[in-house]
Design a protein around this ligand. Structure first.
Ligand code: 15L
Length: 271
């Protein structure tokens, strides 16, 4: 059986995956960051540490076939933090994957690599990146890195372009487009572990949402077929006030867009 490692295991998504993947019979090593990770059940294979340190990466990846890499800064932050956690640490992880002959790395990318698209657009997997900040930009870099390690070193890579997933129903109008339910998340990650010969591929990590920003009819190479749909909550959510301002409402990235945003009226213009 494959040994699977999960980084970023202390977060909300990490905790859902630890429990759900165990129920699905996956042999998992779970890694947290700076604080020790408390086992969720007797005998859980847990560790923690800073992934910029190759010795920590060695402990994470020894004997591992597939890494689910969820660790990193997950929201917009000043550039130095993003560079440390999402660029430098990712290179250390990939170099560790080379040392330990890891077969496949599943990279947690994000919808924010595309956040500057207007909400009316429906994206294809091959659509150009339009990041909505340094965080989104780090995911563009991570996707390109995953592709490079497949092309140059033969480590299979899957970039999961995750929407909104937190183990709860959608909570606002934007999430009618970006939400991914827990059942779908678990199916998605299981497909990432079990799919045969993927080479390098990107996959949208959302449920089968009627208002998806992405064209899900394209399908995907891992055979992920989401069955949940945020639309089940549409009537209730659309009856509530929308928490986003007018600009944030008009872009797919929502409130990430309006952090450090120059309104069109204040932009430089040539005379
Ligand atoms: C993400 O990429 C973030 O990690 C998460 O915190 C959410 O903000 C999510 O996107 C989203 O767009 O809802």
């Amino acid at each position: 059986m494959s040994k699977v490692a999960l980084s970023g295991a202390g977060g909300i998504v990490g905790s859902i995956l630890r429990k759900g993947l165990r129920e699905r019979g996956i042999d998992l090593r779970a890694a947290g960051g700076s604080r020790p990770l408390m086992p969720l059940f007797d005998g859980e294979d847990v560790m923690h540490g800073d992934l910029r340190d190759p010795a920590v990466v060695d402990r994470l990846l020894a004997g591992v076939d597939v890494l689910i890499h969820m660790a990193g800064t997950s929201v917009e932050k000043p550039l130095p933090e993003i560079i440390d956690n999402n660029l430098r640490a990712l290179v250390e992880v990939y170099e560790g994957a080379r040392r330990h002959k890891v077969r496949r790395v599943v990279f947690a990318s994000s919808n924010h690599a595309f956040g500057m698209y207007p909400v009316q657009e429906r994206l294809q997997l091959g659509s150009a990146y339009r990041p909505d900040g340094f965080y989104g930009l780090s995911k563009v870099w991570g996707e390109a890195l995953a592709r490079m390690y497949w092309d140059k070193h033969g480590i299979e890579g899957i970039s999961l372009r995750i929407g909104t997933t937190m183990g709860k129903p959608p909570k606002n109008a934007r999430q009618l487009s970006t939400w991914m339910g827990t059942e779908d998340l678990l199916q998605l990650v299981q497909r990432c572990i079990e799919a045969e010969s993927v080479g390098y591929a990107a996959v949208w990590g959302i449920s089968n949402n009627s208002r998806a920003y992405y064209d899900l009819s394209e399908g995907n190479v891992i055979g992920y077929e989401p069955t949940q749909n945020a639309e089940d909550w549409a009537a209730a959510l659309l009856a509530q006030p929308n928490p986003l301002d007018e600009v944030a409402r008009s872009f797919q990235g929502g409130a990430f867009v309006t952090q450090d945003y120059t309104p069109p009226t204040q932009r430089a213009r040539r005379a």
